[in-house]
Design a protein around this ligand. Structure first.
Ligand SMILES: Nc1nc2c(ncn2[C@@H]2O[C@H](COP(=O)(O)OP(=O)(O)OP(=O)(O)O)[C@@H](O)[C@H]2O)c(=O)[nH]1
Ligand SMILES: [Mg+2]
Length: 199
């Protein structure tokens, strides 16, 4: 049965490990640096204009946001990283929460979002390694593709692949603005949910 992506509800924002959700529903995890477009990608996939909030103050909240999709899966919007003016204590809180999350959370699909225009940052490289260590399936979204010339696309995708050490991991050129890449991402999301629980 197709996943009714419009049927999405916000469940909660978890600020600490004890607030993370561990039940039987499959989990799909969205991660990327602050302002890369995590919320915009989720909104595009759900066909909603501002459901996962598109941030006006990037990097401000260190929360793990849970959305329940069609009563069948969670989309998890992880807190962004790499925002320069975040305080040292907030950065420490981010690291502790993310370390706990990645060590204790099994998921059906990791959706790692990077900026199609730029070489991935050192933080992106760390995040890619965390995903790799989980051994869960991962797809990389090269977002903001609308801002990249066609002639530069292939080279940028290759740079992303090499910098993150992705091997054969799929990279989808994506635009939350135009919807490019959405059909492919949705088919991977459907497959992940059909595949069952996070474990
Ligand atoms: N041109 C273009 N702009 C985009 C795209 N995706 C996101 N944006 C813009 O990038 C900015 C950040 O988007 P968000 O979705 O809030 O990014 P985020 O990763 O959720 O940010 P945080 O939650 O603060 O970490 C917004 O101004 C979006 O409109 C895209 O594909 N193309
Ligand atoms: Mg966001």
């Amino acid at each position: 049965m197709a996943l009714k992506l419009q049927n999405a509800e916000f469940i909660k924002s978890a600020a600490s490990p004890d607030a993370l959700i561990y039940d039987d529903l499959p989990r799909i995890v969205f991660s990327g640096k602050s302002n890369v477009g995590k919320s915009s990608v989720i909104n595009r996939v759900l066909g909603r204009s501002n459901f996962a909030r598109v941030g006006s103050r990037p990097g401000k909240t260190v929360h793990v946001n849970y959305f329940k999709i069609d009563g069948r899966a969670y989309f998890i919007d992880l807190p962004g990283y790499g925002y320069a003016s975040v305080s040292r204590s907030e950065k420490a809180r981010w690291s502790a929460l993310m370390e706990y999350f990645f060590e204790n959370t099994a998921f059906s699909l990791g959706v790692m979002i990077v900026d199609c225009r730029h070489k991935p940052t050192a933080d992106d490289v760390t995040m890619a390694a965390w995903f790799r260590d989980t051994a869960s399936p991962v797809v990389v979204i090269a977002n903001k593709r609308d801002k990249v010339k066609n002639s530069a696309l292939e080279g940028n995708i290759e740079t992303i692949r090499e910098t993150l050490g992705l091997g054969a991991t799929e990279i989808i050129p994506f635009s939350a603005e135009t919807g490019e890449g959405k059909t492919r991402l949705i088919s991977l999301l459907e497959e992940a949910v059909r595949g069952g629980a996070g474990a």
